[in-house]
Design a protein around this ligand. Structure first.
Ligand code: TYD
Length: 234
């Protein structure tokens, strides 16, 4: 417990992002980290990307109201980045400037992987991000890794293996808060490519990235995340 508190203390005033393929357990791990911050009395905020600001939420609605197979991937990428620009200046920078930790639910890393899988070069995403976010890169990005079929089992959705070839190369509807879920309309190959791009992220990202296996119980994965934080230079 003492050493756990020491690890959480390391995160005070830092920007930590969790990312990974759908179903890898990001939501549960973010909640577990929130409980840790609370029990160690460390000030933090949790961000939602895309969204997280009134303007960002409007952009999120544009992304979720349209069939993305009709949206050009450049447009899609710029919309994610526009939402993020607002999040950085309205929420992330002010929090960090007063020593509040920021727990990010996805960030530029997600655009590198998802829009990368839809054809937008991750290196270009990083360049574009420099205009949108300046130098507000996370102190640490943790990618939860898992085999896509396993991840889908956790979400109680139809395995991507059963949907091979359905849905074209792009994403259609993205979010859980719409009727047609993105996960049911994207082909297995898309998720495999997203996973690959997450695994290759450290090679293109200008900030530290650590891959952590998402296999096992919430507590087992949480322990791996704390270990990654412990070993990182923040
Ligand atoms: P997710 O975090 O899973 O939101 P929710 O829990 O509301 O469904 O993100 C929704 C989808 O958006 C997910 O499939 C990943 C995708 N996404 C991108 O394609 N690019 C991005 O830059 C981000 C942040 C998310």
């Amino acid at each position: 417990m003492v050493s756990t508190k020491r690890i959480y203390e390391k995160l005070r005033g830092k920007f930590l992002v969790l990312d990974g393929i759908d179903g890898a357990g990001k939501g549960a791990q973010i909640e577990r980290l929130q409980a840790g911050f609370d029990s160690c009395s460390i000030e933090y905020i949790r961000t939602r990307d895309p969204g997280g600001t009134p303007i960002g939420d409007r952009i999120r609605h544009v992304l979720l109201d349209f069939d993305l197979s009709e949206m050009d991937v450049n447009c899609e990428t710029f919309l994610f980045m526009a939402s993020r620009a607002q999040l950085v200046w309205d929420v992330i920078t002010p929090a960090l400037s007063v020593g509040t930790a920021v727990l990010g639910d996805r960030y530029v890393s997600a655009t590198c992987a998802y829009q990368g899988a839809a054809g937008y070069d991750p290196k270009r995403t990083v360049e574009l991000a420099r205009f949108a976010i300046g130098d507000v890169w996370p102190h640490l990005t943790i990618i939860l890794d898992m085999e896509p079929d396993e991840a889908f089992k956790r979400t109680n959705r139809k395995s991507p293996a059963q949907r091979k070839g359905v849905g074209g190369k792009g994403q259609t509807m993205l979010f859980h808060d719409v009727h047609t879920d993105a996960m049911e309309s994207r082909p297995k190959e898309f998720h495999e490519r997203v996973r690959e791009l997450f695994l290759e992220l450290a090679g293109v990202y200008p900030a530290p990235v650590v891959v952590v296996s998402g296999d096992g119980s919430v507590e087992e994965v949480h322990a791996r995340i704390l270990d990654a934080v412990d070993h990182a230079t923040l």
